[in-house]
Design a protein. Sequence first.
Length: 629
Amino acid sequence: MEKTSAAFRLHRLFSDGAVLQRGAKVNVRGWAAPGQTVSLRFLGREYRAAAGTDGKWKIVLPALEPGGPYEMEFSAERRVLVRDVWVGDVWLCSGQSNMELPMSRVRRFYPEEIAVSENPRIRFFYVAKEYDFEKDRQDLSSGSWVAANPQSVLQFSAAAYFFAAELQRRQRVPIGILSASVGGSPVQAWLSREALESFPHYWDMAESLKNRRFTAALKKRDEAAQREWCRALDEADAGLKGGRPWYAESFDDSSWPETELPASWEDAGLADWNGALWLRKEVDLRGPVEKQPCTLDLGLIVDADRAYVNGVPVGETAYRYPPRLYPVPAGLLREGKNKIAVRAISVRGKGGFVKGKPYALEIGGASLDLSGPWKYKVGATADPLPEQVFFEHQPGGLYRAMISPLLGYTIRGAAWYQGESNTDHPAEYREMFEKMIADWREKWGQGDFPFLYVQLANYRDRDRELKESDWARLRQAQLEALEVPNTAMAVAVDIGEWNDLHPHNKKEVGRRLAAAAQGIAYRDASAAPMGPIVRSVRREGDALIVGFRYAGGGLRGRRGDAPGGFAVCGPDRDFVRAEAKITGDEVRVRSPRVKHPSAVRYCWADSPPDVDLYNTEGLPASPFQAECP
C-alpha cells in the first residue's frame, strides 16, 4: 500500500546507483511526518526542507556538472546514505514490446557487444510492469539502479541499451535509463486521466475499470477459463495418455504421416485448427557429442510448445513471440540415433512453425538443420481459447502505475517505441500520440523536453501489389506527429523482419535514436538527426517534384539515382507505380499512366519491397503520402 505521510523515506528513484540529470534543477523528494525537517548533504552543500501536511517534502538542487560517484546523506529521524550517485543525462525509454525486448532475446546476435558491456556510467532503472485504474501513484513499488555489465545487460531493453551506449560514447557523461515498457500495450494505456477526456470511448472504459469488484470478477472469469481450457486439452490429449507418452524416446511413430517444416498447420491440412499437435524427428549424430554444449533452436512456434530430446523435456514457451532456444543438458545426446519431440499448441487457429526462422540442433560449433520432414499427429482438438482481458493494455492503467511515479524526476528527454498495437485503428493514433506527448511534457514541468520515437518497422510478407495498408497509415500518423515541436523520428522500415513482429536489429534502432538525440537534444548540427522527411510537393508537367528535409549532402538510392518504391495517382485516387529520379535533395516522380498527378506515395505497404532512398548519413527516408497543393 502506498504511503503519503509516514516515517521518513525517499522516493525509490533516489537510491544507490542513481543518475541525476546534469545542467538542470533536480527535484529530490520523499515523505516524512508532517512538519518534519529533512536535511541533505551533497557535494559540500547542505539543503533543508520541511514535510507538508500531506507528508511530502522536496529539495531542489541547482544545476549540476556531470561526474561521480558521489554520496547523498539525508537526515530526519534517521540517517540515510545513498551511495554511488552519478550526474549525467537521464532518458525515459518507454513503449511496447519492441522497446521492452531484453538483450537476452537477441544475445546470439551481439556476443561481442555483451562481452564488452561493463560500464558503470550506463545505469538502468527497470520500472515494474504494473497497472492502476484508481489513482495516480506517487512512488514505485520496486526497482533499483543497475550498472551495465555482461550479466546485467541481458535484462536491459536491447534498444534502450544500444541507445544509451551510443549516447555515452558520444557525450562522455553518465547515462541513466528509466525503462518503462509493456509488451502489447496500445498508446491509450499510457494516457493520463486528463488526456483520456478527449477520447470518450477510452475514458468510459477507464472509468468502468475503477470498480474493483468489476475488474476482480473479470480476472476471476478469465483465469478460470484459461485453466479449464488447458486442463481439458491435457485431459483429452492422446499423447499424454497411456504408459508410453508420445514424447518418449522409444515411442513408435512409424505410422504417423509426414509434413515439411517449417510450415503452418494449414499446410498439414489443419486449417483454423486449435489443440495439441505432436511432432517428432529422428536425427543421426556422428562423433563424440555427449560432452559438447548443445542448443535446440526451434525458431518461432505459434502459439505455445514444449520440447523433448530423447524423452527428456528441455524447454517450453507459453506464447508465440520469444525465440525457442533450448539448452540441451550434457550427456542427453549421444552418437547415433536421437529423437526430438515437440508438443505444439495452437490456441486460436493459424498455428505452425514460422517460416524463415532457423530450426537446428547446435552442437559445439556445428549446426544440424532440422527443417524438412517431421512426423506429426494430432493429440487433441479444442475450441479456440477464450479471449481474455489484458488489463495492462486498458486505457490509462500504465500511465497511473508506471509514468505517474516518475513525474518530477528530472530527465533529458524521452525515447518511445510503440504503435504495433494500434495498427487496427490508425486514424485515431496521431491525435492520441500527440496528446500523450503534450500531457507528459505538461506533467513533468520541464517544458517541451526532447521526444524521440521509432517509426514502425517493416513486417509481414513483401507484396509488390499496390494496396491499402494500416501499417502504412500508422507510419503516416507517426510522420505527421513530427509537427510537434522538439520531436524526432527514427525510421526503421528497412530493418524489420517480414516474419517477426520483434526484429532483432535493435543495435541499429539504438543508433538511429541516438542520432536523433544528437540533433534534437544536443543540438549537433554536423549530421542529420533522421532520414529524409518529405518537405514539399509541386507539379511540373506530368511529374511531381518531391523535396526533402534532412537530405544531408544529397539523397542516395541503394541502386543508383532511380529509387523504387514510389507511386502516384490522379484525381481518381488510383495509385500506380511510378518512375523516380534523384536530383540533389529532390526526387522527380512520374508515370506514363497518370497525366495529371495529384498525390505521391513512397514505401506504402506493411513490408515495402523497395526501401531505396537514403541520405548521406545512411539513414532511410520515411514512408509517406503527400498531396500536391
